[in-house]
Design a protein around this ligand. Structure first.
Ligand SMILES: [Zn+2]
Length: 82
């Protein structure tokens, strides 16, 4: 049981896991994302960490995260190769 359940959210990979708020997906689902998308998320995340109040960077990070969520919706567990 996580000590701070409110700081966690459901994994978008629809696997039933909960992940820390700072992470997008669980260990199992994160590598399912196409590598170029993961790279863009990491780059946007780092850029945002350097300048957390830069609105453009925050928006860029949110946008790429939304893309990742779309990817999980378009690729539900049943349709993935295992
Ligand atoms: Zn997951």
């Amino acid at each position: 049981m996580p000590a701070t359940p409110t700081s966690r959210h459901g994994c978008p990979g629809d696997c039933g896991e909960t992940v820390a708020q700072s992470q997008l997906a669980c260990r199992a689902c994160w590598p399912l994302l196409p590598a170029p998308l993961r790279d863009r998320i990491n780059t946007a995340y780092r850029a945002r960490r350097i300048a957390p109040f830069d609105a453009e960077r925050v928006t860029a990070h949110r946008r790429v995260l939304a893309e990742a969520l779309d990817w999980y919706r378009a690729n539900p567990p049943g349709r993935r190769r295992s």
